[in-house]
Every structure is written in C-alpha cells, then in structure tokens.
Design a protein around this ligand. Structure first.
Ligand code: ZN
Length: 180
C-alpha cells in the first residue's frame, strides 16, 4: 500500500543535526497519520507521500520548516521563589510568553541559581537544521475513528486511557505544535 492521505505510516528513523551529531536514534518507530494532521513535520510527509514499505531516504529540514528559529525573547529570568521547589534543570512549565496573549508556551528550566531561574520557551530543537534517516516499515489504511480524531490509535498511538500499554504520545513525534 502506498503512503497517501489517511494512511497510518510506521517509519524507523534516526535524527541528527546538520553536523551529523546524533540527537535521537529512534529506538521505537514513529507511527503517524498521514495527510496534513500535523502528527509529524510537513517536510517528512512531503518526502514520504506516494512511497511504499522499504522506501529509505535521508532528508535535511531547515529550522523554518522544523521548530523555527531560536527566539531570544522567549528566554526569561524568574525569581526562584515564584516557582515550585524542588526545581531542577530540565523541568518544564506551561506559561505565557512576555507581551503575548497567544498560545501558552512550554518553558524548560535551563539554569538554576540561588535566587533566580532561567526559563527557555524555545522548543529544544529550535534553530537547528534536522537530518532524518527514514525507513518505511509499514503502511495501512487508517480507521474511520482515527481519521475523525486526526491521530493514530492502538499500539504506538493514542490510547484515550482505555488501557495502560501506552501513554499516548508515541503518535505525536516531531509535531510542529506543542502537545496539547
Ligand atoms: Zn483518538
């Protein structure tokens, strides 16, 4: 079956930066609903559209087509006493960007000092060109329910809490939008 609108695609991947430093080795395949549902990066869908099981490719995606340029305005310093304790580098909080009334942003703690904490609202992959080694391992038709929901169900997909096998995030790799 060829990859087309409303197919569920399983793809082994390896993610590196433009200098070929490994970022993620893709121990689990990425499984996504194809056809503009923002389950994965549009450039990946573009590359795989019309392809079949066994197709392999390496593509480089520039920041503007991945997670955007790094925005220094999304870095802010907070008083440590305004944040919960204990606080460590790598913790994430949802908050609003300075001077913005748009979507909330996920801030990652990047530095902790005695009385201040640095929060970075950029996606961890912002500003980076990403190189994907892709290898298509399965293509199937999506179910009507998956199409209605706009994401994959079952193994590696959304589970809606009807079981304890999956936490529901496997189908959302490399979304260009933050997780809801
Ligand atoms: Zn669903």
């Amino acid at each position: 079956m060829k990859i087309a609108q409303n197919t569920v695609v399983s793809v082994n991947y390896k993610l590196s930066d433009a200098q070929n430093n490994l970022i993620e080795d893709g121990a689990q395949p990425m499984v996504y609903l194809h056809g503009g549902y923002e389950n994965t990066l549009p450039k990946i869908e573009e590359e795989l559209d019309g392809k079949d099981v066994g197709y392999t490719s390496t593509i480089q995606i520039e920041p503007e087509d991945a997670f955007g340029d790094y925005d220094p305005n999304l870095v802010k310093v907070e008083e440590r006493n305004r944040l919960p304790e204990p606080i460590e580098v790598g913790m994430q909080f949802e908050g609003m960007a300075e001077g913005s009334d748009e979507e909330p942003v996920i801030f990652t703690v990047t530095e902790v000092a005695d009385d201040k904490v640095v929060l970075d609202g950029n996606h961890p992959l912002a500003g980076m060109a990403l190189r994907f080694d892709l290898s298509v391992i399965d293509v199937r038709a999506a179910t009507p329910e998956e199409i209605a929901h706009g994401h994959v169900h079952g193994a590696h997909g959304h589970d809606h809490g009807h079981g304890d096998i999956d936490d529901g995030e496997e189908g959302d790799h490399f979304r260009s939008q933050p997780l809801q």
